[in-house]
Design a protein around this ligand. Sequence first.
Ligand code: NAD
Ligand code: UDP
Length: 315
Amino acid sequence: MKVLVAGGAGFIGSHLCEELIRQGDEIICVDSLLTGSKDNLKNLLGEQKFCFLQHDVIQPLKGDLKIDQIYHLASPASPVDYREHSIETLLVNSIGTYHLLELAKKNTAKFLLASTSECYGDPLEHPQKETYWGNVNPIGPRSCYDESKRFAESMTVEYVRKFDLDARIIRIFNTFGPRMRQNDGRVVPNFLKQAKNGEPLTVYGDGSQTRSFCFVSDLVAGIVKAVNTQETKGEVFNLGNPEEHTILEFAKLIKDLTGSDSRIIFEPLPEDDPKQRKPDITKARKILGWEPKVSLQEALKKTIRALPKIEVVNS
Ligand code: NAD
Ligand code: UDP
């Protein structure tokens, strides 16, 4: 199988490329390196079946590429990154998605859009099912991400309706693991870096907001199943771990696992920060036969072990 992974040099994309290589696929990894890095590909760059192309998918890919499957993960994902690169985020999820859908159409290739739980905004329905339409501020600081992903979803389903493209959408809930950039601003790298450096752990707001954290290997297994399972054309799947924690509980767990004596301090809650988030994964369980397997503690230990100069103390 010849597979194109857009955003393959990023955190999730690089793990996905490794899994696809393990399965024997031939990969074209396309990435502008806006928030990703070639370091993430160091296990892959020597592989015969792996090819890296530095390219911004806002521009169409030139040449006569023959492709069976396209995984579209190209987009900044951390709130700090998409605020800094707001216009790039809007463009990659709109024009970038359009070019990749066109490429899929030309090749009659299967297509997967990596969308996000952010499509639900600050959700009024809890946990979130795929049928929930969301509560998104269209002009708030997160809208460059939320709204452009919603646009990407809309364009993807339109290619299914109009051109019968074999495309599906996954809505990824907070996922973490080795290779997240230490300074990408998301809560896991922030707390781990702070715990490691003996700095205070910065909890935003009072820490009562909730998130549900999934380990990257579980997510990658779900992504691959979403493309390779029958009856997923035109469907949307939540992929994430339904175990929900407050951010304050999460800070305490990281302090505990790293043995850090860092204090916990409270900083202002960013505007429009969702108060709660937890996926309903009934549909993924039923149709994909998928559910996360790695517990939060185990996932954090694996992530901590991958960091330089930090040890798990409480096992
Ligand atoms: P990441 O920032 O590590 O990876 C994104 C990759 O896309 C980077 O390598 C970046 O250089 C590349 N990219 C960005 N714009 C591009 C462009 N115009 N052309 C080519 N490449 C471009 O983030 P991630 O956490 O690995 O997220 C991957 C995907 O999963 C994103 O689409 C994101 O929206 C989605 N997602 C992630 C999470 C999560 O918790 N990690 C949650 C929801 C959705
Ligand atoms: N957060 C925090 N301290 C940090 C970074 C994030 O308390 O140093 C909070 C943030 O306000 C949000 C949650 O942790 O409520 C998850 O944030 P992240 O940026 O990882 O992802 P989000 O789910 O908001 O996209």
